[in-house]
Ligand binder design. Structure first.
Ligand code: GLA
Length: 671
């Protein structure tokens, strides 16, 4: 998939040489002497791209209508003098104190009516007309001032929209929610029908009666909850678009983006629906230090980001050189881990490697968060690794613009994530990501490359398609998935998929509604397991969380439940479809069971690992349009590991000898 080239904004990549390298630069914290030293250090590290001014509104506009751009002029000029390009922020991610004092109505309100105050950041609601007016004001001033500045390469609009607060319950939000509903449904009757308000006397006589789903005596209407999630995701993007309109007017050729937080931890924003409004996809990613498999979570997040980008190269806008300061215990990265993390992102499609932040703060909330220049300055492991990373990225210039190759697609849908986890379901243990990540993990460990694909996007070219817990699905997406099987793919659908349509209305006549025909099964009754219970399946697999009473209607059973009352009932089925096949998994197998299902699926679809290697080596391949390919081999072992590849290691400049050193990385330009 390639996004249509847009007329208007140029590609950010036109402005940057090689792989972009840098981070958030917050020079307003420092005296001029330090800023001058920054320039020296940036050159030493090979920095060529920085995000500037993200939280600097209060200094740029210290009082309403009074501006001080002097320091930013100097910073922009100095960065330009050393050849650094700038992603200039709109400065709108933290409203200044004077604005809050004058207009407290811009503050966000939580579900219980609490107003979130200033003194931190992100203290505004995107619905606020007043906030938008002021935000557009500072955005316009910045655009007018720097429109011709040679360092300006990208607009960094606001920052991590939806971070800290992603649901908005104030009066102005409620009005915007009602407006959004009216546009979506047209009539109140259509809304009543979509939300199933005939149940529990929830019928509305007019849109004016509707409120956001705040606190209530019992569970709230699921249609209302789902639409509120859609609305919140939309209103953030609507605010983004309003700022972009100002930027387009003044700098039509400068691309715009905002940094996403795509990962297993961010659920609130439908980034697939946002992608069309971003000129380039940018993502922020932070490891959870306590997770021994954090590199696998990184791979998942990077694959998801590439999916949102439609396969195009993307910007890793932030990650950390070492520890963060917002987890309970903030362990620094292990030696070499930063290089592995950075190049894992590049191996998964990033053409820019950036950090929060350039220089570690000495004051403020984030002074114990790592940075490219640590408190200890040059005499630190982190600085030495930053300089080495800059040098490594320079050597990877030939990789730029190449695309990651995958023959496996995992279908990913934020709407299904939201809908499947709204309350009052058969089991709280059914979590959208659990099976999906179990399959991703298995494929990661086998060095099989995976793309994350929205259910309505084309599945052409994939030999294996995994559809996990896709509880809600549109008719079109279900047809798209069925077409992939008919065209020759092996498609696996897991339990609690295809159950409802986009209104969260059950597809009647037997589960899994939308996929019943494709799979050749009919589920009569769900039988979720009690906490801690396990089942034994006919091939010895242990499973948990879910079972169900299936009837075969065209599929064959490959494995069955063995225990009362489901003894002999299929737990894994397969139906040939066109030149492909549709498989159905009706329980959550333990990791051995997942491996055995993945063995079978890979066997049938003929999908092979990216290359042969020792266990513990992460492998991806990027390929240029002219056919040249680059194998990224990231050794997570603490001993040298072998990889079968023939070519030249771009990082060492030598012929690749078949071994990646302990904890090291090779990027092999293949012969
Ligand atoms: C987010 C923000 C940054 C910084 C980092 C710290 O990504 O965008 O400003 O707070 O978190 O990890």
């Amino acid at each position: 998939m390639t996004k249509q080239a847009r007329s208007g904004p140029a590609s950010v990549w036109n402005n940057i040489e090689g792989i972009a390298f840098g981070g958030d630069y917050n020079p307003e914290q420092w005296p001029v002497s330090v800023r001058l030293e920054d320039l020296e250090l940036m050159q030493e590290a090979g920095v060529n791209f920085l995000s500037v001014g993200i939280f600097s509104w209060a200094l740029l506009e210290p009082a309403e209508g009074q501006y001080d751009f002097g320091w930013l002029d100097e910073v922009m000029d100095n960065l330009h003098s050393i050849g650094v390009k700038v992603a200039l922020a709109t400065a709108t991610a933290a409203p200044p104190a004077w604005l809050v004092r004058r207009h407290p109505e811009i503050l966000p309100v939580t579900a219980d009516g609490t107003v979130l105050g200033p003194g931190s950041r992100r203290h505004y609601t995107p619905s606020s007309a007043v906030y938008r007016r002021y935000a557009k004001g500072i955005t316009r001033m910045l655009a007018e001032r720097y429109k011709d500045h040679p360092a300006l390469a990208l607009w960094h609009v606001d920052n991590e929209l939806g971070c800290h607060v992603s649901e908005f319950y104030g009066d102005e939000d409620a009005a915007a929610f009602r407006g959004w509903l009216e546009r979506r449904y047209g009539t109140i009757e259509a809304l009543n029908s979509a939300w199933g308000t005939a149940f529990w006397s929830q019928n509305y006589g007019s849109f004016e009666e509707i409120l956001p789903p705040g606190l209530a005596p019992s569970t709230l209407n699921p249609g209302q909850q789902l639409d509120f999630q859609r609305f919140n995701s939309w209103i953030l993007m609507d605010y983004y678009r309003e700022l972009v309109a100002v930027l387009r007017e003044i700098t039509p050729t400068v691309p715009c983006t905002t940094n996403l937080m795509a990962s297993s931890a961010t659920k609130a924003m439908d980034y697939f629906s946002w992608a069309k409004d971003l000129d380039v996809i940018a993502n922020d990613h932070y490891l959870v230090a306590a997770d021994p498999e954090r590199h696998i979570e990184l791979a998942f997040s990077a694959d998801l980001t590439r999916g949102i980008a439609g396969g195009d190269p993307w910007i890793l806008m932030e990650h950390s050189t070492s520890a963060v300061n917002w987890q309970p215990r903030n362990q620094p990265k292990m030696p070499g881990e930063m290089l592995r993390n950075s190049l894992a992102h590049v191996g998964r499609g990033a053409d820019a490697v950036m950090f929060f932040q350039w220089r570690q703060s000495f004051a403020g909330s984030e002074k114990f968060h790592s940075a490219m220049v640590p408190h200890g300055g040059r005499e630190t492991r982190v600085w030495r690794e930053v300089v080495d990373l800059g040098a490594a990225l320079k050597l990877l210039e030939p990789v730029r613009g190449s695309r990651v190759e995958s023959r496996v697609a995992i279908v990913f849908d934020y709407e299904a994530w939201w809908a499947s986890e709204i309350d009052s379901k058969p089991s709280i243990d059914v979590r959208y990501l659990d099976l999906l990540r179990a399959f991703h993990r298995s494929l990661f460990l086998r060095a099989v490359s995976v793309d994350m694909v929205h259910p309505s996007a084309t599945l052409e070219g994939y030999d294996l398609v995994l559809v996990c817990t896709l509880y809600s699905v549109t008719d079109e997406a279900a047809a798209n998935i069925a077409a992939a099987a008919a065209a020759g793919a092996t498609v696996l659908v897991t339990y609690f998929s295809g159950i409802v349509d986009e209104k969260d209305h059950v597809r009647l006549g037997g589960y899994p509604g939308a996929f019943r025909e494709l799979l050749g099964v009919r589920v009569e009754e769900f039988r979720p397991l009690l906490a801690g219970s396990q089942l034994k399946l006919s091939d010895g697999t242990i499973s948990s969380i879910w079972s169900e009473h299936i009837h075969l209607e065209g599929a064959e059973a490959l494995q069955t439940f063995t225990e009362y009352p489901l003894d002999g009932v299929p737990s894994l089925t397969r139906r040939p479809v066109g030149s492909g096949a549709a498989w159905y998994l009706a329980t959550f197998p333990d990791s051995n069971g997942i491996e055995s299902v993945v063995d079978r699926l890979l066997g049938e679809s003929g999908v092979a690992p990216v290359a042969a290697a020792d266990p513990g080596v992460e492998l991806t391949r990027r390929r240029l349009a002219d056919g040249r390919s680059f194998l990224f081999a990231i050794n997570h072992n603490r001993s040298g590991s072998s990889v079968q590849a023939v070519g030249t290691d771009l990082l060492s400049g030598e012929r690749f000898d078949g071994t990646v050193p302990a904890g090291g990385v090779a990027v092999i330009a293949e012969d």
